[in-house]
Write a protein that binds this ligand. Structure first.
Ligand code: PLP
Length: 363
């Protein structure tokens, strides 16, 4: 039985995208590949708000998230943590043998720019990791405000994850001074998983060139060398690059501004609908994600039962809470290709399934 994903990634992939992936293979050192690679650069740069190259990595986002640390951290990295993905980045930094400091906020609370300033001012940092949109708890931090703080610390290379916000809202990498911007394929871009994109500033590239032990597969210097030839260091997931090319066509056809407006509108539709049932938001007002809503399960519904009904009777699933928030929150994605009609149909299914879902006794 097939069912549609309204979890915050992976998400539903369109027939058009799937057909693009079925195109015949080409050699990754052929002129055809170079043409493909070079054809998508301008759109990717424009979506990121950058003049820097956008490298294509055959890995999920964690590949380049770990790789970025290996490339730019020589002294010590500050990991801003407010949810599952940002928490894990600290763990990853330690695992690759770097000195790292955890700057912790409660899950669902945004990263506080003042706290970032205070900690960076203690000195010794040469890099920082930040997740723009903490998908695990549907919380979006104030990227411009945090980057304003970062610009006071020119020795600190910023590594920003936009996995679940990229292409759904405006991003201004160069204007904000973001050094390394990372995104993945299976969230807001609505592609299958397996491809990640990373844009690296000249000064981050310079840092990488002098950093020992940065390995090969995620070496920014290798990416840059190959980029100059219109290629990737190793054989890339060519089918996913075809899918990306197809998605960029879709984005151009819709118009970027329309795309951003659609995400904002659908996000609001879901939020207002579910709040009207008496649920509350998990993140504080003003810090909700634009690509998903994370609601508190304040009414105590049996979320596993809810999802079971959604799947068996309505052929769709939402998310019943990430990690330690399982059962306590639920998340509904409005990423990718959703429309007013598909969101309305999902919400009708949600209402119907909720009506037959039991509430659990208070713990
Ligand atoms: C999903 C997600 C990731 C992890 O991506 P993988 O594809 O599993 O490597 C990282 N950051 C954020 C914000 C995400 O939503």
């Amino acid at each position: 039985m097939s069912y549609k994903l309204f979890i915050p990634g992976p998400i539903a992939v369109s027939e058009k995208t799937l057909r693009a992936m079925a195109r015949p293979m080409i050699g990754h050192r052929s002129n055809d590949f170079v043409a493909l690679y070079q054809s998508i650069q301008p759109d990717l740069q424009s979506l990121m708000g950058t003049k820097d190259p956008v490298y294509l990595s055959t890995s999920s986002a964690w590949g380049v998230m770990e790789g970025a640390i290996g490339n730019v951290v020589r002294k010590k990295v500050l990991n801003c943590m407010n949810g599952a993905f940002s928490d894990k980045w600290y763990d990853v930094a330690l695992r690759v043998g770097k000195q790292a400091t955890a700057l912790r906020f409660d899950w669902g609370k945004p990263v506080d720019p003042e706290a970032v300033r205070r900690e960076l001012a203690t000195g010794g940092y040469d890099a920082l990791t930040l997740i723009h949109n903490e998908t695990s708890c549907g919380c979006m931090s104030d990227l411009p405000a945090i980057m304003k703080v970062l610009r006071e610390f020119p020795e600190v290379i910023s590594i920003v994850d936009t996995v679940s916000s990229f292409s759904a809202m405006p991003l201004a990498k160069d204007e904000l001074g973001i050094d390394v911007l990372v995104t993945g394929s299976q969230k807001a871009l609505a592609l299958p998983p397996g491809l990640s994109l990373v844009s690296v500033s000249a000064r981050a590239l310079e840092r990488a060139a002098g950093t020992e032990g940065r390995g090969y597969y995620f070496d920014f210097v290798e990416f840059q060398k190959n980029h100059e030839q219109g290629m990737t260091p190793s054989t890339p997931a060519i089918s996913l690059i075809y899918a990306l090319q197809s998605k960029l066509e879709d984005i151009r056809a819709e118009g970027v501004t329309n795309r951003h407006a659609r995400h904002a509108r659908l996000n609001r539709t879901v939020r207002e609908h579910v709040l009207a049932k008496g649920f509350t938001m998990f993140p504080p007002a003003g810090y909700g994600s634009v690509t998903l809503n994370c609601f508190a399960n304040n009414l105590g519904y049996d979320l596993a039962a809810l999802n079971k009904t959604l799947k068996s009777k309505h052929h769709l699933v939402i998310d019943g809470g990430y990690g330690k928030l399982k059962g306590k929150t639920f998340r509904i994605s409005n990423m990718g290709d959703e429309t007013d009609e598909t969101i309305a149909a999902m919400l009708a299914a949600f209402d119907s399934a909720l009506a037959e879902t039991p509430r659990l006794p208070a713990a």
